[in-house]
Design a protein around this ligand. Structure first.
Ligand code: SF4
Length: 196
């Protein structure tokens, strides 16, 4: 089942598309609720939509999306097999970092998505998503450079969940040296899935 076929998620998506809870609603073209199967074994979580995502209303469709698809392919997955969303559903102006009050305003949508999707593995990509998920599950927060690629164990309302922070795929567009580490992060995801 996809999000479009699931009536509860369809209603949640509709709320997100018309949401005005924070200032990011003012500059967006479209909110980007996310997409993927429901339920979903894997939840990938970015920071916020970029220009292309804002135009199309879909997550990870720009350059970072191509890199993400390559990384998924390297471990035998396609984007159709994972749910992809972000901690903020609307694009910050000029792709600036999301502010704390914007992340907090959007957080209840993420919680509702997690409850519906019941993922076994949550993969926060980049420092903002990693911080938000670690806080949300009461895990120790650390710098993304310290915690990326580490398998963390948490408990959600529906059961045990693995949290596996990784670098954000966009990082290699301005720092290609991090590509091997990003690839290794996704190999860790494969290892975690193989053990399930
Ligand atoms: S970022 Fe989240 S809280 Fe802010 S307007 Fe968009 S959907 Fe609403």
């Amino acid at each position: 089942m996809t999000g479009d076929d699931n009536p509860i998620l369809a209603r949640l998506n509709q709320e997100i598309l018309t949401c005005t809870l924070c200032r990011l609603s003012e500059g967006r073209t479209r909110a980007v609720p996310g997409e993927g199967p429901v339920p979903s074994r894997i939840l990938l979580l970015g920071e916020a939509p970029g220009k292309r995502e804002d135009e199309l209303g879909r997550p990870f469709v720009g350059r970072a999306g191509s890199i993400l698809e390559e990384l998924l392919s390297s471990i035998g997955l396609s984007r159709r097999e994972v749910y992809i969303t972000s901690i903020n559903k609307c694009r910050p102006p000029k792709n600036r970092d999301p502010k704390d009050d914007e992340i907090a305003a959007c957080h209840p949508y993420l919680e509702r998505q997690i409850d519906l999707l019941k993922p076994q593995v949550i993969v926060p990509m980049g420092r903002f998503a990693a911080r938000e998920i670690c806080r949300s599950f009461g895990l120790d927060e650390g710098k993304i450079s310290d915690i990326h690629g580490k398998i963390l164990h948490a408990r959600a309302g529906f059961g045990a969940v693995i949290v596996l922070p990784v670098y954000h795929p966009a990082v290699v567009t301005h720092n290609p040296n991090l590509r091997p580490e990003l690839t290794a992060d996704f190999q860790q995801l494969k290892k975690a899935l193989d053990r399930m």
